[in-house]
Design a protein around this ligand. Structure first.
Ligand SMILES: [Zn+2]
Length: 172
């Protein structure tokens, strides 16, 4: 998929039902690949990563998508996706969030880091490709999610692809 195609948005063909536990299934890998595709849509930045996120219901329905700087220069992908949903949406409690990068635990630009937003939304599971490198802020989002009882699944096989989208900002 190239930037601008609607392939990961609501209404797109489902990649299937997310997995249940701490291991990634084939659908998890396909959804995470869509999150990475979304990260290619991010407006360029020298001070923040390009990240894509997809929230998928337990039955494989896309609930929302987001990417960094989608609506304003300080947007994070996960908060953009969560902001598209009602906090009262009953599907959130069974949903999985896919993010190309570990959700942030510390951020300067806005008061609430994405890990806190995900915990507040009551999501069940988070699948990520790449742990946040200590470039702009310390990591720790995955640990914070796990401490709150959320299943966090890393898919290292997709980390290089998620990182490659950020080659310019990383100086690679
Ligand atoms: Zn964030």
């Amino acid at each position: 998929m190239t930037a601008g195609e609607p392939g990961a948005g609501p209404g797109a063909q489902s990649a299937g039902a997310p997995g249940e536990g701490a291991a990634a299934n084939a659908a998890d890998r396909a959804w995470l690949a869509r999150a990475i595709d979304l990260s290619r849509n991010c407006p360029p930045s020298r001070t923040a990563f390009a990240v894509g996120a997809v929230i998928v219901a337990a039955d494989g329905t896309v609930l929302a998508t987001g990417y960094s700087r989608e609506t304003s220069p300080h947007d994070h992908a996960e908060e953009v996706a969560l902001a598209k949903l009602s906090p009262a949406d009953a599907r959130l409690s069974g949903a999985t969030l896919y993010s190309s990068l570990e959700p942030c635990r510390y951020r300067a630009s806005r008061p609430c880091p994405c890990a806190e937003l995900i915990i507040a939304a009551g999501l069940r599971r988070v699948v990520i490709a790449w742990l946040e490198p200590p470039v702009f802020a310390a990591g720790g989002g995955a640990a914070m999610l796990r401490e709150s009882g959320i299943t966090v699944v890393e898919v290292p096989g997709l980390a290089a692809e998620a990182r490659a989208v950020n080659a310019a900002v990383l100086g690679d």
